[in-house]
Write a protein that binds this ligand. Structure first.
Ligand code: SF4
Length: 167
């Protein structure tokens, strides 16, 4: 460990500093690195002015960070990444969801539940109808992972992909 009074190696950023971080000496004499306030403030975006008549709030479900988003359909506040911004805009136009569920396989040893998901995000308003379709389906054998199954009518088919195996 570096001596508290000795500057850090220039290879760590020159002049005893790592870029974006400030070396601090604690009461115990150890050097610790703290992110500079300059770096922290860079990450925070100024909120954009939204059309208050159209503004809606959402919780982003794209990743576990669950950012609180607000959008008027054009500008988005609260997103930490472009995926969140795209999610918020899509929610305004037409919310989409990927369905993950199970399908019944009725085989000689009994009924097994096989994990499946829709092969593409589907309109949120159609999720109950699609769930009824997949719950009504009965397979007589266990398909391999990646097998495509189809439910629904010929004009509005829904494609499902087998994502797992039965125990
Ligand atoms: S905005 Fe980005 S970081 Fe935040 S929850 Fe959505 S995907 Fe995750």
């Amino acid at each position: 460990m570096a001596h508290p009074n000795r500057p850090l190696s220039p290879s760590l950023g020159g002049e005893g500093r790592v870029r974006g971080r400030v070396p601090l000496k604690t009461d115990l004499g150890f050097l610790i690195m703290e992110k500079s306030s300059e770096k922290k403030t860079k990450r925070k975006k100024e909120p954009k002015p939204l059309n208050r008549d159209k503004a809606k709030r959402y919780t982003c479900i794209v990743c576990p960070a669950c950012c609180d988003l607000e959008t008027d359909g054009t500008d988005v506040n609260g997103a930490r990444c472009p995926k969140g911004e795209a999610f918020a805009r899509q929610e305004v136009i037409m919310p989409l969801r990927l369905i993950t569920t199970t399908v019944r396989c009725e085989i000689s040893t009994g009924t097994k539940l096989l994990p499946v998901k829709t092969s593409f995000p589907v309109p949120l308003s159609r999720v109950p109808e699609m769930m009824r379709q997949i719950k009504a389906l009965r397979l007589s054998e266990i398909p391999d992972i990646g097998t495509r199954l189809t439910t629904g009518s010929a004009s509005e088919p829904v494609e499902w992909v087998v994502t797992g195996e039965v125990d």
